[in-house]
Design a protein around this ligand. Structure first.
Ligand code: NDP
Length: 419
């Protein structure tokens, strides 16, 4: 018996919501709230005849803490699932503290306006101190640890696939497969084809910011930063085939450097086709990825937001995307004095996802873990006051839930390594 407020009704949220209402014994009441209420109403109308979950909807602008507080106070949920955008993480966390409710999200905080002077000054200091220049990092949300602990509330950060499941895979490897882990390579392969020359699989603004940023990895206790897309490898992915992949900065590296401190190197690679890279470089070169507003014919526009309006909505890619994703982690390390290697991963089929929840596999592989993370919190399997990333929690019940609800894990005790 749980009441859950879900903020956001985009590609990922729609999958999470469709999965929640499949478990109506746990998710007895949900409120879908977003900036555009018509999207919430349409989904609620479609799902109502298929589930015992009581579904209500609401309009909320989660950039305004007071609006979120008022909604929480009137709906009285046990948990708020933030599946809007990373820009809203802090306002929603503040609202959860004020209205006394648990919190979950799928991506760590980054500001919408990266030119804002006080944020910019703190960011530049952080770049110097930590050695990586991504606009996002965990420090903003880790700063809430004491506040959530004191309030007896839990906040679960980044409970999608990567971050999220990849951190659970690391915790699982540490718990069951290794005494010490030497290296971790996280590999995110999307072998799907949607037939467009260029489209992003999740929110274009967040996605393009992430992949156009410098890459970085953790080595011997510090960050090594490299120019964007400058480290390339080829890898033969099971059920996908040979793909080019590129080293990116990714948020889970930061938490894993804390939870698996003995790891000498932690890297993240994502596959990209040449067409995607060519389009991205061109868009970047002409300023279309900029977040700085420009004045155009008397109107102020933000180039990357304008681009988002032109690109296909990721939520519409489902019917046209064919192929599979293969996402997971490869480890080297030691067990019982012997050197060993190990991989744990999931393979997901775009069309199978579409048949089940009308979405492509990228939204599916994020929305299912968000539902499973909520399930862990609501059923008490993960419930401790404070702010946590997935790698800090018991991976076993979470991986069992993923196995059951659509993202079964696979293992390989002799994987090909990335050089
Ligand atoms: P979409 O752009 O498809 O959806 C975002 C949703 O949030 C929309 O419904 C949007 O409303 C709503 N929203 C935006 N701003 C506000 C606001 N101020 N107040 C209320 N609602 C708002 O994004 P995705 O579904 O692709 O991504 C959702 C999240 O998942 C992102 O944080 C993304 O970074 C994360 N993600 C995480 C992954 C992981 O593996 N961990 C992988 C992929 C994504 P409107 O309809 O009005 O635009």
């Amino acid at each position: 018996m749980s009441r859950v407020l879900i903020i956001g009704c985009g590609g990922v949220a729609q999958v999470a919501i469709r999965k929640c209402v499949q478990l109506s014994d746990v998710f007895t009441d949900i409120c879908i709230a977003s900036r555009t209420k018509t999207k919430c109403d349409a989904l609620a109308k479609e799902l109502a005849p298929t589930t015992k979950t009581n579904i209500t909807t609401a309009q909320v602008d989660a950039d305004h803490k007071e609006e979120v507080v008022a909604l929480i106070q009137s709906y009285k949920p046990e948990l708020v699932m933030n599946i809007a955008l990373p820009y809203q993480d802090l306002t929603i966390m503040d609202a959860c503290l004020e209205a006394h409710v648990n919190y979950l999200d799928t991506a760590n905080y980054e500001p919408e306006d990266i030119e804002e002077p006080s944020w910019r000054a703190a960011y530049e200091k952080r770049c110097q101190e930590k050695g990586f220049s991504a606009y996002f990092d965990y420090s903003y949300q880790w700063a809430y640890r004491q506040k959530f602990a004191d309030a007896g509330l839990m906040a679960l950060l980044g409970c999608g696939f990567d971050p999220g499941v990849t951190q659970a895979y690391c915790a699982y490897a540490k718990k069951h497969e290794f005494d010490t882990i030497d290296t971790i390579d996280i590999l995110d392969c999307n072998g799907g084809d949607h037939g467009y020359a260029f489209a992003t699989n999740f929110n274009p603004e967040v996605n393009l910011r992430e992949v156009s940023a410098p890459g970085s990895y953790w080595e011997d206790g510090h960050w090594v930063e490299v120019p964007a897309m400058s480290i390339k490898r080829e890898y033969n992915f099971e059920e996908v085939g040979m793909k080019d992949m590129y080293l990116l900065h990714h948020e889970e590296i930061e938490s894993l450097a804390n939870t698996i401190p003995e790891a000498k190197r932690i890297r993240f690679f994502m596959t990209f086709g040449q067409s995607y890279l060519d389009h991205m470089r061109c868009l970047e070169d002409i300023g279309m990825l900029s977040t700085t507003p420009i004045s155009f014919e008397g109107q102020e526009i933000v180039p990357i937001k304008f681009l988002k309006a032109l690109l296909p909505d990721p939520a519409t890619l489902g019917p046209r995307t064919h192929g599979k994703t293969n996402i997971g982690c490869i480890f080297t390390g030691e067990k019982d004095g012997e050197k060993k290697t190990y991989a744990i991963y999931n393979i997901c089929d775009h069309q199978a996802c579409y048949k089940e929840v009308k979405s492509q596999a990228i939204s599916y592989t994020t929305g299912v873990p968000a539902m499973c993370g909520a399930l862990m919190m609501l059923t008490g399997k993960w419930q401790k006051p404070g702010v946590y990333t997935v790698d800090e929690l018991n991976p076993d019940p979470f991986i069992a839930a993923l196995d059951q609800y659509g993202l079964p894990h696979r293992e390989n005790h002799h994987p090909n390594l990335v050089d």
